[in-house]
Design a protein around this ligand. Structure first.
Ligand SMILES: NC(=O)c1ccc[n+]([C@@H]2O[C@H](COP(=O)([O-])OP(=O)(O)OC[C@H]3O[C@@H](n4cnc5c(N)ncnc54)[C@H](OP(=O)(O)O)[C@@H]3O)[C@@H](O)[C@H]2O)c1
Length: 223
């Protein structure tokens, strides 16, 4: 997809991968709508912050109504908002479990269902979901986080099969550790990191592949 003039929505645009990705999409010429609770500090004429808690149906409805009301369609959705939680299972509060599943998984469903009708109407579009290597193998302390990211992989693969015949691409990106605010509160510290701008560049280059190509899953780890 040539991103010039395209309409992109990025959830979790206020920090880390989402912030760098929004910036990279702007550089590639897209009009970018960022959804997050904290303000996304991008200061660019083609960037629009829509204050949104992606776990709240009414916030998601309002944000997508604003974009679709203005442009009529969305070319790219990046479901990136999420957080980590690594803790022994008996130490996880049920409310925290639900907040994590709501944020990492259910929000992805809420946002996706908003873009699919207009993508189907024009028989094109790309949806990128942020999974994790923790969505490919279980990890100690990762019952909640791994469960959410395994589910993201299952959601993405099913969505890819469902939307492929409509000319819509669905890609699940599964990164290893990336140096972001994620680790300020995840309860774990990795030994090696990738940089968030490098992961953003990878995602943009996958989105920019020719329309006839469907990369469906990409795993990337620190070397
Ligand atoms: N860092 C890693 O090592 C790593 C590895 C694999 C996958 N990932 C995944 O990559 C994604 C981005 O993580 P990151 O590393 O960039 O972390 P980050 O720097 O902590 O950024 C997380 C983003 O998600 C947003 N967010 C969280 N809850 C939200 C909510 N309820 N409503 C709206 N936005 C919300 C935050 O915005 P507000 O707080 O402003 O709402 C923030 O912009 C996540 O899905 C994460 O699971 C990260």
């Amino acid at each position: 997809m040539d991103l010039s003039g395209k309409i992109a929505v990025v959830t979790g645009s206020s920090s880390g991968i989402g912030l760098e990705l929004s910036s990279a999409l702007l550089e590639a010429g897209a009009e970018v709508f960022g959804l997050s609770r904290r303000k996304s500090e991008l200061g660019h004429a083609r960037f629009h912050w829509l204050p949104t808690d992606v776990t709240r149906d009414e916030d998601v409805d309002r944000a997508f109504a604003a974009v679709l009301g203005r442009h009529g369609h969305i070319d790219l959705l990046v479901n990136n908002a999420g957080f980590g939680l690594f803790r022994e299972v008996e130490q996880i509060d049920p409310a925290e479990w639900r907040r994590l599943i709501d944020t990492n998984l259910t929000a992805m469903f809420l946002c996706t269902r908003k873009v699919v009708p207009s993508m189907k109407a024009v028989r094109s579009g790309t949806i990128v979901n942020l999974g994790s290597v923790a969505g490919k193998r279980g990890l100690k302390g990762g019952t909640a986080y791994c469960a959410s990211k395994f589910a993201v992989n299952g959601f993405s693969e099913s969505l890819m099969e469902e939307l492929r015949e409509f000319g819509i691409r669905v890609l699940c990106v599964n990164p290893g550790s990336v140096n972001t605010e994620f680790f300020n509160h995840a309860g774990v510290q990795p030994k090696k990191f990738m940089q968030s701008d490098d992961v953003a560049r990878l995602i943009v280059s996958l989105v920019q592949l020719p329309d006839g190509m469907l990369p469906d899953q990409v795993t990337v780890r620190p070397l």
